[in-house]
Design a binder for this molecule. Structure first.
Ligand code: BV8
Length: 239
């Protein structure tokens, strides 16, 4: 790899599509007729907590039925074998990167497998339903657990860590995201401002495709393993 040491990879719902998880803005992007933007907000939770809890309970249950796909496994291999810095920043709230074996993962929009107690502020691993008002394992109070998910209008997690990685990146790769949601959609500009090379891999060109030096269109399950092979082959010139 010519002068590529530090890599930042941003993933979105498209990388989990071939595992069977619905994306947000594709034909399957609605949930029971609700737009995600209408359900994934603190206002929606305050207005109709049962609806929002049911939305996340359904997705948490779905997660237990699916497996990582070839794209998740390829990124886990790159994570294990890449000698330089590497950070997978995912907008996804599924745990498929981790279940594929990736270690250097940050969930900027939270995780389906985590719950947050609004009484004692504890966050904990959670794989059951929340709609039946369970007790917080930490403080014992019932019915105060919410999904540990960053909703629209809430501050994404780990932004300082992510900004630092973007400032130091030699290569920024965006996989399976429409580029519709900020601040994630602006990461490519931060990376490029610092001189990084920018590669996009997506089923269709994203809203921000013009920011990328290279845009490969196709399914992540095919494009990502081929790209990882290029990056790890001794004479690879990808990126
Ligand atoms: C914040 C958790 C500030 C919920 C999510 C105007 C301008 C700029 C910003 C804004 C604005 N108006 C409002 C905002 C802010 C807002 C925003 O960006 N809104 C958008 C709609 C305009 N952003 C926020 O509110 C963020 N917070 O700004 O805070 C702040 C400052 C100070 C103090 C407090 C706050 C928080 C945003 C986070 C919201 N939460 N997720 C949940 O998951 O239920 S966002 C949600 O969208 C998901 O995380 C999802 O990942 C994300 C982005 O969607 P994608 O992942 O890209 O998925 P999508 O379906 O759109 O696209 C899939 C792509 O994959 C497609 O392109 C498709 O072609 C491709 N694909 C499909 N199949 C495949 C494939 N590619 C490859 N292979 C395949 N097989």
């Amino acid at each position: 790899m010519q002068d590529i040491s530090n890599i930042v990879i941003l993933t979105g719902a498209g990388i989990s599509a071939e595992s069977g998880l619905a994306t947000f803005r594709g034909p399957d992007g609605l949930w029971e007729g609700h737009r995600v933007e209408d359900v994934a907000t603190p206002e929606a939770f305050a207005r109709d907590p049962a609806l929002v809890q049911a939305f996340y309970d359904a997705r948490r249950a779905r997660l237990a039925e699916v497996e990582p796909n070839a794209a998740h496994r390829a990124l886990a291999r790159l994570d294990a074998e890449w000698p330089g810095d590497l950070l997978i920043v995912t907008q996804n709230v599924d745990d498929l990167h981790e279940r594929a074996g990736a270690k250097r993962v940050r969930h900027m929009h939270g995780e389906l497998t985590s719950a947050w107690c609004l009484d004692c502020d504890a966050r904990m691993r959670w794989d059951k339903d929340l709609c039946d008002h369970p007790n917080c394992p930490q403080c014992g109070v019932a019915g105060r657990l919410r999904p540990d998910i960053v909703w629209f209008g809430e501050m994404p997690y780990e932004m300082e860590r992510i900004d630092r990685a973007l400032m130091e990146a030699d290569l920024f790769v965006s996989i399976g995201t429409s580029g519709a949601v900020y601040p994630a959609a602006g990461f490519v500009q931060t990376a490029r401002y610092r001189g990084a090379r920018a590669l996009e891999m997506n089923l269709d060109p994203s809203l921000g495709s013009y920011h990328f030096h290279e845009s490969r269109t196709g399914r992540a399950g095919e494009l990502v393993p081929a790209w990882v092979e290029e990056m790890l082959s001794p004479l690879g010139s990808a990126g």
